[in-house]
Design a protein around this ligand. Structure first.
Ligand SMILES: NC(=O)C1=CN([C@@H]2O[C@H](COP(=O)(O)OP(=O)(O)OC[C@H]3O[C@@H](n4cnc5c(N)ncnc54)[C@H](OP(=O)(O)O)[C@@H]3O)[C@@H](O)[C@H]2O)C=CC1
Ligand SMILES: CCCCCCCCCCCCCCCC(=O)[C@@H](N)CO
Length: 335
């Protein structure tokens, strides 16, 4: 009778892990944007604009959506420089995506310009962050934070899913979360909850949309060198600015390429750098692994490194108490 000794078990485990690793390294048929209609929210600035330009370079029909019309027009002019042919359809749409009606109307308008056919893929890059101390928030600003981090993407995903199901079409939904969708720290009470919520939504949809032909991806970038980043830094508490400096701002172009590469590889969680991989692997839950061996390594780095990092953050916050006390006094919270 064959009995599994512990050596056999280890050998079997190692062999299957290696086989699994090689299997995953095998190139499979990649998603090709050429000729596909890609819908990019937040496409007038930062990451969204870079994604729109990269998709244009790859021959896709690209629709961008945002509110401000001047910025949309100038983004469209940027995209035009990379047009691959006269048939390529490049368009912009001005809608506010923080309500369900606007999100659905925007998608409808872009579909109408493609003979009523919904986009082949939606890249949900719209979003904004306004860091600050929790004690200074109000009911309305907490809700606005959720609108600008969660609903601004969730409503578009909802409108798109309805269309994909109705038309029995193939679809692709790509969400943009943040490192702050894996962790959080001082200053991000209005933003991190929505970015965590996007992870929850993406995880639900990854499972549920197996009912149809729609795949789901979500990226977790650190700081991005974008107009939005400049804007948020104006109001960001000094302590937050200091503590997050480990995440060096990355150019939107680099991230756009990482995003498209991740989608092409079929990654569910797209982790564009080492920090994202550490947090991805440390909080993996039932999320699919990328490479089970490498993920183990990232998780080990997190297991060792993160408690030290967190201890530093905690002591920096404690050290900040005196400054903060002065700040609150100056703001008239107490005397
Ligand atoms: N910047 C960073 O450091 C990081 C950003 N992220 C996330 O990446 C994404 C892109 O960020 P970034 O490149 O900085 O973006 P920017 O702030 O540079 O651009 C944001 C885009 O979203 C649009 N937008 C914002 N709110 C709405 C709305 N309610 N309706 C329609 N369009 C809207 C803006 O246009 P308009 O205002 O005209 O509507 C603009 O096109 C966001 O989801 C952000 O949360 C993640 C990690 C780090
Ligand atoms: C070995 C382990 C080391 C761990 C180091 C961890 C460092 C974490 C830095 C947090 C950076 C937060 C980025 C915010 C991005 C974002 O979404 C905002 N710009 C809002 O828009």
């Amino acid at each position: 009778m064959f009995e599994l000794s512990s050596y056999n078990t280890i050998a079997l485990l190692s062999i299957s892990t290696l086989l699994w690793t090689f299997w995953n390294m095998w190139p499979s048929k990649k998603w090709d944007p050429r000729g596909q209609h890609c819908y990019v929210t937040g496409g007038s600035s930062g990451l969204g604009l870079a994604v729109a330009v990269e998709l244009t370079k790859r021959g896709a029909d690209v629709s961008i959506v945002a509110r401000n019309k001047e910025r949309l027009a100038s983004a469209l002019a940027d995209m035009e420089k990379f047009r691959q042919g006269s048939n390529q359809v490049l368009k912009c749409y001005s809608y506010s995506l923080t309500d369900a009606e606007g999100s659905s109307a925007a998608l409808e308008a872009a579909s109408q310009d493609h003979g009523g056919k919904q986009p082949d893929a939606v890249f949900l890059c719209a979003g904004a962050s306004r860091p600050g101390f929790f004690v200074e928030e109000e009911g309305d600003s907490l809700r606005k934070g959720m609108d600008d981090s969660y609903f601004v993407q969730a409503y578009s995903a909802l409108a798109y899913t309805k269309r994909v199901v109705r038309d029995k079409a193939r679809g692709k939904i790509v969400f943009i979360s943040s490192l702050l969708g894996y962790m959080s720290m001082i200053g991000y009470s209005t933003y991190a909850p929505g970015k965590h919520a996007l992870r929850g939504l993406a995880e639900t949809l990854r499972s549920e949309l197996y009912l149809y032909n729609c795949s789901v991806h979500i990226m977790f970038p650190g700081n991005i060198d974008s107009p939005g980043f400049v804007e948020e830094n104006r109001v960001k508490p000094k302590i937050t600015l200091e503590l997050e400096s480990t995440s060096k701002p990355v150019s939107p172009e680099v991230l756009a390429n990482e995003l498209i590469r991740g989608v092409q590889k079929g990654d569910f969680h797209i982790a564009p750098d080492l920090l994202a991989n550490i947090f991805r692997s440390s909080t993996i839950g039932a999320t699919p692994h990328h490479n089970i061996l490498l993920d183990g390594l990232y998780a080990t780095i997190g297991w060792i490194g993160l408690p030290f990092w967190r201890r530093d953050v905690d002591s920096a916050v404690l050290k900040h108490r005196k400054d903060h006390d002065e700040y609150l006094k100056a703001k008239g919270f107490y005397t």
